[in-house]
Design a protein around this ligand. Structure first.
Ligand code: IMP
Ligand code: MG
Length: 225
């Protein structure tokens, strides 16, 4: 894959020559100095201008959806002991906002698995990097995910959890790409079905960047081509 920072500038014609030259200067300036080129403006703001901020959902749409799903989950889990299991690192933002949208008690745990490395394609090979701290026995587990792409990660995780004695296991994924599914994953709560483009923001990364964008954005293909 091309070096992301450099290739970011290559196809940003959409914003005109002035922005291209400005971005190029900023990015090479940053590469040389290791510091954002304009003190006081964040690197992220510069990157936002040259990403295509299309394809949403926006921060507002995400908030509204989280409230809606929190209401469903509250009703569905009434009287039950709910354990939210977040899949690191992508689900951090969803988990933080979703958990606070719940008016009920719950506990939280985290699992770190890797299936991607730093690329944009699923390898299908899942590795546990950090296991749960919680004994799942008798717990009603709701796995909180950022996105279901091929479905391979969750497919594997469900099989892994099945042997741990949970009272129930369900999935909430903020995003799902139905056209990219390689295996069927029973996902009870879905925020948004989206096209198969590679997306970043709201926890989702490309090579560890863009997780702190507030909206979900489509990363222009030339960035990772
Ligand atoms: P799956 O195993 O192919 O369903 O993908 C699982 C993981 O890949 C997700 O939890 C994400 O961390 C990552 N992923 C999949 N699609 C995207 C994307 O469009 N942008 C960023 N990360 C993604
Ligand atoms: Mg993830």
């Amino acid at each position: 894959a091309a070096e992301p920072a450099a290739s970011l500038t290559a196809g940003s014609t959409r914003y005109g020559k002035a922005v291209d030259m400005w971005s190029l200067g900023c990015i090479f300036g940053e590469m040389l100095s290791g510091k954002p080129c304009f003190p006081g403006t964040s690197t992220l703001n510069q990157l936002e201008k040259i990403c295509e901020i299309i394809g949403k959902p926006t921060e507002e749409q995400i908030r509204a959806k989280l409230d809606e799903i929190a209401a469903q989950v509250t009703a569905d889990y009434e009287g039950k002991e709910l354990l939210l299991v977040g899949v690191l690192k992508g689900a951090v933002m969803v988990m933080a906002d979703f958990a606070r949208a719940l008016p009920t008690h719950m506990t939280m745990d985290w699992m770190a698995v890797s299936s991607y490395g730093t690329g944009t394609r699923s390898s299908g090979v899942v590795q546990i990097r950090k296991d749960l701290d919680t004994d799942l026995h008798g717990k009603h587990v709701l796995i909180v995910e950022d996105i279901i792409d091929s479905g391979l990660t969750l497919h594997w995780l469900l099989a892994n959890f099945a042997s741990r004695g949970a009272a129930s296991i369900e999935i909430f994924s903020l995003l799902r790409k139905p056209d990219a599914a390689k295996v069927e994953v029973p996902c009870k709560y879905v925020g948004f079905d989206i096209p198969s483009d590679f997306v970043v923001g709201y926890g989702l990364d490309y090579a560890e960047r863009y997780r702190n964008l507030r909206d979900v954005a489509v990363l222009a293909p030339h960035v990772y081509a």
